[in-house]
Ligand binder design. Structure first.
Ligand code: ADP
Ligand code: ASP
Ligand code: MG
Length: 411
């Protein structure tokens, strides 16, 4: 079967953890799905684990083992989504709606074998299409898949968004809605910045930067997939029926702004390799080895060399398993002197398509932070983003000040 064989368009609705945290919320979700179905479309829902289930399962695992086998950890974590998919399907059946739940494997989500950070390789939506053809609602477990040996894999924290977008792409769905505990994508995390404003529409590129730089409302890889397959993506409230934020290819109807959003990310650490020789091939060896460890490097800074030596500094996600032992090995390998790990830093990111067009913007940003007496540890900039590495303790104050100075004054 192909999506074209169906007689109605498909809508994918994804419910996040807080939106299915209790039986009452699950019943609310079922009612929303029922209304959508009554509007004349096929519905595929993708669910996360209830509330903080994934965190609870992780700490249970840690009580049993300090280094649980990654295969077993994925088996355990996948149980969170299995629980919510079955409950949501029951709630739909209670409303008299034919619904059936599917694990990632039953839904045809095939991934690579990288436990806890698996990438989706392909989707075989046959069973899902057959169910829709029988006019059933499909409830799919997010965050999980299976590799080519039928082992259970998970897609990384927040990965249910990616399951939803990937399924929407495979089904050529008319839209994919990410339903969550905020009413859309905001100009900053609304839990930190009181004056944050909801954005009505934005392009994939800006959203991708936001998601990769701390706006956890969407999993970065879900935005990448949405851009690649041009999935029409909407972020909206799971409980209120309001418009939300539309994410699509940039078009002329979208508001033109210099600075779109300010994001904060404290889940990072900074690593400096000190006094490594300033000779060709050293950086290639360092970052080649880091690549082999699977380290995802976020920002690299190398300054002017002194007496034939350099310091190389980079920022990695906070949970990257780079410890003193690994770094000692790396520094010795390239003939460096020492290393420093600093996890008390955070990233403050200013994102917007106008950043490269506005020559004065860097000065304005640094003045705002200077007025707050916030010290800039590192700075990096690209077409869409200026990132400042600041002490973690200054993150909230810096985010609020930048939002006020760059976005609220722009109202
Ligand atoms: P879910 O469980 O539905 O997947 P998440 O907790 O993963 O929800 O994502 C929603 C959260 O993202 C919000 O509660 C909000 O605090 C946070 N967030 C961070 N930055 C932003 C932003 N720019 N716009 C909206 N929400 C944001
Ligand atoms: N339950 C998983 C997590 O907590 C996946 C998700 O919610 O998207 O990370
Ligand atoms: Mg999420």
């Amino acid at each position: 079967m192909t999506p074209q064989d169906l007689n109605k368009p498909i809508h994918v609705l994804k419910f996040g953890g807080t939106s299915v945290a209790t039986p009452e919320l699950i019943r609310n979700a079922a009612q929303r799905i029922a209304r959508r179905r009554d509007s004349g479309v096929h519905v595929v829902c993708v669910v996360s684990a209830m509330g903080d289930t994934t965190d609870r399962l992780l700490s249970l695992a840690r009580e049993i083992s300090t280094r649980p086998p990654s295969r077993e950890l994925d088996v355990l974590l996948s149980a969170g989504e299995v629980q919510s998919m079955a409950l949501l399907s029951m709630a739909l059946n209670e409303l008299g709606i034919a619904a059936r739940s599917y694990t990632g494997q039953q839904g045809g989500i095939r991934t690579d074998a990288q436990h806890s950070e698996a990438k989706i390789l392909s989707i075989d939506p046959d069973r899902v299409l057959e169910a829709l053809n029988r006019d059933e609602v499909v409830v799919l477990a997010g965050f999980q898949g299976h590799d080519d040996r039928d082992e259970i894999t998970t897609l990384g924290r927040g990965g249910s968004d990616t399951s939803a977008v990937a399924m929407a792409a495979a089904l050529e769905a008319e839209r994919c809605e990410i339903l969550t505990d905020v009413s859309g994508v905001f100009t900053a995390d609304p839990r930190i910045v009181e004056g944050a404003r909801q954005i009505s529409a934005l392009g994939y590129d800006e959203m991708l930067e936001m998601a990769n730089l701390g706006a956890k409302v969407l999993h970065g890889r879900s935005v990448e997939l949405a851009r690649r397959f041009e999935v029409s993506l909407i972020v909206a409230s799971a409980t209120a029926d309001t418009a939300g934020t539309r994410i699509s290819r940039k078009d002329d109807s979208m508001e033109k702004v210099e600075v779109r959003a300010v994001t904060d990310d404290r889940n990072v650490k900074k690593i400096s390799l000190l006094s490594v020789p300033d000779t060709p091939g050293v950086a290639a060896r360092i970052f080649g080895s880091l690549g082999e460890f699977g380290v995802n490097v976020r920002l690299i800074v190398q300054a002017q060399s002194h007496a034939g030596h350099n310091d190389i500094t980079f920022v990695v996600p906070g949970d990257t398993p780079l410890d003193d032992k690994r770094l000692e090995q790396l520094v010795t390998e390239v003939g460096g002197e020492n290393w420093i790990i600093d996890d008390r830093i955070a990233l403050l990111n200013i994102i917007g398509e106008g950043i490269s067009r506005a020559p004065g913007i860097a000065g304005t940003i640094f003045k705002i932070l200077a007025d707050q007496k916030i010290n800039l540890d590192l700075i990096s900039s690209s077409n869409l983003v200026i990132t400042c590495v600041v002490p973690e303790g200054d993150l909230v104050r810096g985010t609020r000040a930048l939002h006020e100075g760059l976005i609220e004054t722009d109202a």
